[in-house]
Design a protein around this ligand. Structure first.
Ligand code: SF4
Length: 175
């Protein structure tokens, strides 16, 4: 029952992990009246604790990887991750740069990959619709980042997500 409703009004968290802003502008275009992404019930919000869809642009940079993992762990389950743009999927034009660690799936599980430099609004809309189908099928089972992470701890019976993200310099970051 709740699964059905969840699909009707998911909230999006948009995060720029190090992009050139090209894909971010396409995401804004999707929200404009011309493409009207909100007709699918989604709304762009800045709060990870109330978001269902993590929309990420840009590759993982040395500066953004901590925030990426922290935001991901703060989102409640079920959640879906969409990698928007070639550099988010694989590193793209930034691949092998000294301060870049390629695609975001080195750190967090990705459900939908949207290629393109920049990803077109049509592809982004297709990706979000695909993500809604995946979100509907997901359970509340906890999904964890691959790196910069230690297991969820309990504080007064509540999952402490903030403390689950490791700091740069911890052993897992060197993998
Ligand atoms: S995929 Fe291309 S346009 Fe999009 S953020 Fe990366 S470099 Fe910029």
């Amino acid at each position: 029952m709740f699964k059905k409703f969840r699909k009707k009004s998911p909230w999006i968290l948009h995060y720029n992990a190090g992009s050139c802003n090209g894909c971010d502008i396409e995401i804004l275009a999707c929200l404009s009246p011309k493409y009207d992404l909100e007709r699918f019930g989604v709304i762009n919000t800045g709060n990870p604790k109330q978001s269902d869809i993590f929309l990420v642009t840009g590759p993982v940079t040395m500066r953004s990887r901590e925030r990426l993992v922290e935001l991901y762990t703060q989102m409640p389950e079920p959640k879906v991750v969409i990698a928007v743009g070639s550099c988010t999927c694989t590193g793209g034009v930034f691949r092998d740069m000294y301060n870049v660690e390629d695609g975001i799936d080195r750190y967090i599980p990705v459900d939908v990959y949207i290629p393109g430099c920049a990803a077109s609004p049509e592809l982004i809309i297709d990706g979000v619709v695909k993500a809604l189908d995946i979100l509907e099928k997901k359970t509340k089972e906890r999904e964890k980042p691959f790196r910069l992470f230690k297991d969820f701890t309990l504080k007064d019976g509540i999952v402490s997500r903030r403390e689950s993200a490791l700091r740069i310099g911890d052993d897992d970051a060197k993998d």
